[in-house]
Ligand binder design. Structure first.
Ligand SMILES: Nc1ncnc2c1ncn2[C@@H]1O[C@H](COP(=O)(O)OP(=O)(O)O)[C@@H](O)[C@H]1O
Ligand SMILES: [Mg+2]
Length: 366
């Protein structure tokens, strides 16, 4: 161990000495400097223009509702709006009398976790069994004689046997009704899990996309609207109807007060570079990359730090800010609480650009 430490110290000394010939300068970049204007705290994104689609899904569900188990998958590429659509269905008056359950499945498929998540939402007093068979039995007892709506958001599992087990676990048996809506990126998975024809979510039309940008940028209160509209509609076309891009680009454009800044977004070489790739999903990346580029250097570091959390992880805002402070990315809060506000601003910017998401509990209406 001592020898290892000695070698390591030697290596570190070498690295320190190597710095000198490169004449690196220690820049004194102010931590909170970036060119974003402060916007009001980000509120939950308004859903625009999905009424018809939601209605179709609800009708498709109600047609098969006579059966004990109904599974309707909604599929489409990432960022197109599947989770949002599932949320609309979840809150639809049609299911007012249902017990409603939301499960975030994620890339790691864990049948026991899914089962226990459903149990915990249907009953506060039930214990959470560890054996799959017991989980199945508890579920059957809990849904017995009831109508239950279950959203399984973000299913990635492809293995038919696992999907079959999931179907069996959800099947409530006689006298009960389970309606499940599954969101997934893959049509293949949708076909394997369905009991009702899967619903392919289409990209937003350019008009709806533009309506979202208008809403996010307080367009009606701006000057030079004719020119802005021309540029904005052009940008909308380049985003491929991806709802995520609408949110992210809309948030970025909102911080840009002059039409020249909008023009520079529209003329960015990123659109061409990324759109020339084989698959259209790359267009989302262009818009996200544009948002990323517009971030200040410390915000970029704060964002990069978030990569330590797994996808779908619930991050405590306070804990995240403490960790940023510990890493020297934001100043510790002071008595004036200015810096606390600054880290709030960072969080709001990341939420606004859809680089972080609100947990679903904040938008489930009961
Ligand atoms: N119709 C819509 N109008 C406005 N924003 C939307 C709409 N659909 C989705 N969004 C927003 O786009 C982003 C991505 O949507 P999401 O439902 O998470 O996509 P997916 O689940 O397909 O990856 C979210 O920030 C969401 O609020
Ligand atoms: Mg989703």
């Amino acid at each position: 161990m001592a020898i290892k430490m000695k070698n390591m110290r030697g290596q570190l000394k070498g690295i320190t000495e190597d710095r000198i010939p490169f004449t690196f300068l220690q820049e004194n970049v102010p931590r909170m400097q970036d060119n974003w204007e402060t916007t009001a705290a980000v509120t939950e994104a308004k859903v625009i223009g999905r009424d018809k689609e939601k209605q179709e899904i609800v009708v498709r569900l109600s047609r098969s509702i006579t059966k004990e188990i109904t599974i309707l998958p909604i599929y489409g590429i990432g960022g197109i709006g599947k989770t949002t659509m599932a949320r609309l269905v979840f809150n639809d008056p049609q299911f007012r009398e249902y017990s409603r359950v939301w499960v975030y499945v994620s890339e790691t498929f864990d049948l026991k976790k899914i089962g226990n998540s459903i149990i915990s939402q249907l009953s506060v007093s039930d214990s959470q069994p560890t054996e799959l068979e017991m989980i199945g039995n508890s579920l059957k007892r809990l849904v017995s004689g009831k109508k239950v709506l279950i959203i399984l958001d973000d299913l990635w599992e492809r293995e038919p046997r696992e999907l079959e087990k999931l179907k069996n676990m959800l099947n409530p048996g006689e006298g009960s009704k389970v309606v499940a809506v599954v969101t997934t990126r893959e049509e293949n998975i949708a076909q394997k899990i369905q009991t009702v024809e899967p619903y392919k979510l289409a990209p937003l039309t350019d008009d709806i996309f533009w309506a979202i940008i208008k809403d996010k940028t307080s367009f009606d209160a701006r000057t030079g609207r004719v020119r802005l509209e021309m540029i904005g509609k052009d940008i909308a076309k380049k985003c491929g109807g991806m709802a995520l891009a609408a949110q992210s680009v809309g948030y970025m454009l909102d911080s840009m007060k002059s039409s020249d800044e909008w023009v520079s977004v529209n003329n960015s070489e990123l659109w061409d570079v990324l759109a020339s790739k084989e698959f259209s999903p790359h267009q989302v990346h262009a818009s996200l990359l544009l948002s990323y580029r517009s971030m200040g250097s410390y915000l970029k570091l704060c964002f990069a730090y978030c990569a330590i959390f797994p996808k779908g992880h619930w991050i405590s805002k306070e804990a995240l800010v403490h960790q940023w402070v510990a890493l020297g990315l934001v100043e510790p809060p002071t008595a004036s609480s200015y810096n606390q506000q600054s880290s709030d601003r960072y969080i709001n910017q990341l939420l606004g650009m859809c680089f972080l998401e609100h947990p679903k509990s904040s938008w489930v209406s009961n």
